[in-house]
Design a protein around this ligand. Structure first.
Ligand code: FE2
Ligand code: FE2
Length: 284
C-alpha cells in the first residue's frame, strides 16, 4: 500500500495547488490512497461539508482535522454526514463527528485517526496517549494497518507518541506547525514517523497568513486579524509504503512540490514576493 499524506491544506491557494497537481502526483508516484489534513481549508479556518466534498473530488480519500475543527459554525451540524472525515479522537466525548475512519483501497484496509496535542493548543483535549491506546484497540481487528495524524505544537509530544505506538501503528505523521521537518525515519518496530509534514498552501506568507501583518505584530506587539496570504503555492506531503502482512511501514519519503528554491537564482525565478491581497471566500 502506497499512502500519500498531505499536510494542512490552507485556504483557496491550498485547494488550487492540489486541484492542479494531485492527479499527476498520484499517477507518477503510483499512490493507492490519499489522506489529507484539512483543518485550515476554509479561508484558513476550519472546513465545511461543501469544501470537503470538493477535496474528495480532487482524489482525496479521507480527511483529518486539528484545533481548527470547529472554526466554521455550520460544521457542527454537517460533520456527522461526511463519511470519510474524522475529528480529533481525544476531543471530549460530547463532540459530534467520528473518532476514526477506515478506508479500503486495492484490498487494503487502512484505519485513520487524528489526535490533538495538549501543549499550546486552543482546543480542549484529553490525554492523546490514552486516546491512542483506545482507538488502536478499536481498530486492530478491523484493518490491515493504522495511520495517525498527530496534530500538535511540541516536538516532544510528537516523538513520544511515535515511541508509544511503535509496533502497533504503521504511521505517526505530525501536523499543525505548517513547517516540514527533516526527521522522517522508520522506528525499530516499523513505525514511520515525521514530526511535521508541513503546509499545503501559499508560501509567500507566514504559515499561510500575510507575512507583513504577522511581522508587524512581532514588531509592535499590537493585536491584528491574520489575513490569508496568496502566492508561491506548494504541496507539503509524505509517501508511506506500508506492508499489508505486518501492518508496518517499509519506507517514508517526504517531499515538497514544487521544491523550495535553494539558490539565489532559483529564488529570483520564483513567484513574486510582494504581499498579495486576500482573495479567499470565507471570512476570518
Ligand atoms: Fe494548520
Ligand atoms: Fe492546527
Amino acid at each position: 500500500m502506497r499512502l500519500l499524506f498531505i499536510g494542512d491544506i490552507v485556504g483557496r491557494p491550498g485547494r488550487r495547488v492540489l486541484a492542479e497537481n494531485l492527479g499527476k502526483i498520484k499517477d507518477s508516484l503510483k499512490v493507492n490512497a490519499v489522506v489529507a489534513n484539512a483543518e485550515n481549508v476554509a479561508g484558513g479556518n476550519g472546513i465545511t461539508k461543501n469544501i470537503a466534498e470538493t477535496l474528495f473530488k480532487y482524489g482525496i480519500d479521507a480527511i483529518t482535522l486539528g484545533d481548527h475543527t470547529w472554526d466554521q459554525r455550520c460544521f457542527e451540524s454537517e460533520i456527522d454526514s461526511i463519511e470519510n472525515l474524522c475529528r480529533p479522537a481525544n476531543l471530549p466525548g460530547k463532540n459530534p463527528g467520528k473518532e476514526y475512519v477506515i478506508i479500503e483501497k486495492d484490498g487494503f484496509k487502512l484505519g485513520i485517526f487524528s489526535l490533538l496535542g495538549q501543549t499550546l493548543m486552543k482546543l480542549k483535549a484529553n490525554c492523546p496517549y490514552e486516546a491512542a491506546d483506545r482507538i488502536i484497540d478499536a481498530l486492530k481487528d478491523k484493518c490491515d494497518a493504522v495511520f495517525l495524524d498527530f496534530h500538535a505544537e511540541t516536538t516532544s509530544e510528537k516523538v513520544s507518541m511515535a515511541w508509544h505506538l511503535d509496533g502497533r501503528a504503521a504511521v505517526v505523521a505530525g501536523t499543525h506547525t505548517h513547517i516540514p521537518t527533516a526527521d522522517a525515519r522508520i522506528f525499530p518496530q516499523g513505525l514511520a514517523y515525521i514530526t511535521d509534514v508541513g503546509m499545503t498552501g501559499p508560501w509567500n506568507s507566514c504559515l499561510g497568513r500575510k507575512w507583513d501583518v504577522i511581522l508587524q505584530k512581532f514588531l509592535d506587539g499590537r493585536p491584528r486579524s491574520f489575513v490569508m496570504a496568496e502566492g508561491d503555492e506548494r504541496i507539503c506531503a509524505c509517501i508511506f509504503d506500508i506492508d499489508k502482512a505486518s501492518g508496518r511501514s517499509l519506507e517514508i519519503s517526504p517531499f515538497v512540490y514544487p521544491p523550495f528554491p535553494r539558490t539565489k537564482s532559483e529564488a529570483e525565478a520564483n513567484a513574486p514576493c510582494e504581499n498579495i491581497g486576500n482573495s479567499d471566500e470565507v471570512s476570518q
